[in-house]
Write a protein that binds this ligand. Sequence first.
Ligand code: FA5
Length: 334
Amino acid sequence: MKDLNKIEQEVIKSLDKSLKEGDVLEIKNYYLGRKSGVITYLLKSIKDLSDGDKKKFAPQIQSLKEKTEKMIENKLKELSMSDISFKDLTLPNKKIRHGSLHPLTIVERKIVDIFTAMNFSVVDGPEIESEWYNFDALNIPEFHPAREMWDTFWIKKDYKKKDSKKRENFLMRTHTSPVQVRFMEKHKPPFQIIAPGRVFRYEATDASHEVNFHQIEGLMIGESISMANFKYIVENFLKKFFGDDITFRMRPSYFPFTEPSVEIDIKLPNSDKWLEVMGAGMVHRNVLKSAGLNHEEWQGFAFGLGVERFAMLYYGIPDIRLFYAGDLRFNRQF
Ligand code: FA5
């Protein structure tokens, strides 16, 4: 009994002297440690006592254990509180990890900022699109071979748009170009817009191709907008985005909805390889007609750029699939 009291006094004394959490944990281990704690040892020895002693000492040892646990818990609380109240408040606090923006968000915002500074408005369009807006209105009628350029995720054939008498086929938009038509139907030129958004293609993935990626569409229509205006805008944009020493080329190409059509490639640093980053051209008269604009009166250019490709060049990311892998070691670098 005397020994039990002595142990209790010892615990009180040593806790009194402790100034740090570490000291208290050491005391805890010394008395209550699972293998060789002093009180643990006493508890374990109860089974060897005679019946009479068991009755007498077991409750006292148990109570000493509980008291000790309580004292240790209180001391730890006290230390953590004093830690706050006496801390030098000018010291830096524990580091809190903030979330960060995904590189694609950063790059998309950077591109949008450059265009809005050039007076382009930002507009939006649906990701589930009708066959009409994604293809027909863009001068790609059914059975036109150019439909092969966009491997399409079709939505169940018999899906019928609510409140619509007409049967329409729907799909996941393969590009942001349908937004051009939607906008031209409702607005009178002159105007200049960009339309950022997600697009979908049923194609095999590799280091520079994804099934789901992002584009930013651009459209500028007026009375006398020409390819010269496009060249000026795109050069300005690329220089603002990458810096003045960017090397790019305009290569003749084909899109059913522009005539003439071009593609823009950017030269990869320290290499003689080029990466295609956008398609563009003068809006085809059939597209203006589909949208209800008089092609004798209005003309202009359109372009569609791949956001992932810009992000890859900007950050030196070698594989497009990294954007969607969800690996925090990658995401936290931005
Ligand atoms: C188009 O989608 C056209 N709508 C672009 C356009 C708009 C042309 C307006 C003329 C006028 P294209 O399929 O080439 O074109 O895609 C445009 C850009 O998207 C490409 O330059 C590339 O940067 C990006 N891109 C295309 N396919 C993929 C893919 N699978 N993964 C990632 N980026 C892609």
